[in-house]
Design a protein around this ligand. Structure first.
Ligand SMILES: Nc1ncnc2c1ncn2[C@@H]1O[C@H](COP(=O)(O)OP(=O)(O)O)[C@@H](O)[C@H]1O
Ligand SMILES: [Mg+2]
Length: 281
């Protein structure tokens, strides 16, 4: 992973367009975004994004293709730098300038495609780039022990051997290993970009069970998904993106599928009001 763009610095106190009132509990969220904007040349990918990601809750981020979900994820994980806006970690203002910065705070991301290296085994994957050494040599025993413990604690029990190459795993097992890898580093917030997109029914259920276990351990989880079945199965909170904006951010209990689809396809009242104001209507 590289730091994709380090050109612009976040400005302070940028006022964003109106956004729904935060619905998280009164506790300080792990991560709070306020007025985040991101351009790529002439393309504006994020507009005044406000979002809270509390600990001990699964926040599902939904939206049509191109809504900005991945750009938002990459901004939180330090690959992109916001042009404007503020980021608060446990209530303190922070600048996340690289994936390393994100890791230091306790933010880990599971990307849909580049999650694991096929030719390496499970232990090698889980420690990739952060290998443990002892007297100048790789400490295989210690890494193997920790990898095993982590998988066991998450009840990822279907892999035969943690020394098998990842290419030999099923899609669900791969995704489980990728998630386990993300939580092994004392992470507090895990971002999952479409973790079930390539999975069948049984494997999807396994990964969703794992996502719930992270939440039950007290981690904050942000899960992007296209699949509203998955979303309504695990979400405590739902945030809907539309054309680079968060147009709804609510407890899952306050949304149903039809309303969610409406937000995803029209942007809802908030977006319409904003456009009308912009057009002077
Ligand atoms: N690196 C990039 N350079 C230019 N435009 C980008 C880049 N990444 C994303 N975009 C644009 O930003 C918008 C949001 O993209 P993305 O976050 O990938 O959407 P989603 O994940 O919701 O499908 C799209 O219009 C996309 O083309
Ligand atoms: Mg995407």
């Amino acid at each position: 992973m590289s730091n994709g763009d380090d050109g612009s610095r976040p400005a302070q106190g940028a006022p964003g367009p109106p956004s729904p009132a935060p619905t998280a509990s009164s506790a300080t969220p792990l991560l709070r975004l306020r007025g985040i904007e991101k351009h790529f040349g002439a393309v504006q990918a994020l507009y005044g994004v406000n979002l809270d990601l509390p600990a001990g809750a699964i926040t599902c981020l939904v939206g049509d293709n191109g809504a900005g979900k991945s750009v938002l994820t990459r901004t939180i994980s330090g690959i992109h730098q916001p042009d404007k806006g503020e980021v608060f970690w446990e209530g303190r203002p922070v600048h996340i300038r690289s994936p390393r910065d994100a890791s230091r705070l306790g933010i880990e991301t599971v990307y849909q495609d580049l999650a694991l290296a096929d030719n390496l085994d499970i232990v090698q994957n889980m420690f990739l780039g952060r290998e443990r050494t002892r007297r100048g040599l790789l400490d295989e025993d210690s890494m193997e022990h920790t990898a095993k413990e982590t998988l066991a604690s998450l009840r990822v029990t279907t892999v035969r051997s943690i020394r098998q190459p990842v290419v030999s795993l099923s899609g669900g097992q791969r995704q489980s290993v990728a998630v386990a890898k993300a939580v092994m580093w004392n992470s507090k917030l895990v971002l999952l970009d479409e973790p079930t997109a390539a999975l069948g029914v049984v494997q999807t259920a396994q990964v969703l069970a794992l996502v719930r276990r992270l939440r039950d351990r007290g981690l904050g989880v942000m899960m992007i998904s296209h699949n509203l079945n998955d979303v309504f199965e695990v979400a405590d909170r739902i945030a809907v993106m539309y054309l680079g904006r968060i147009v709804a951010e609510k407890p899952a209990s306050e949304l149903d599928r039809q309303t969610t689809v409406q937000y995803m396809t029209t942007g809802g009242e908030l977006y319409i009001a904003e456009r009308q104001a912009a057009l002077g209507a």
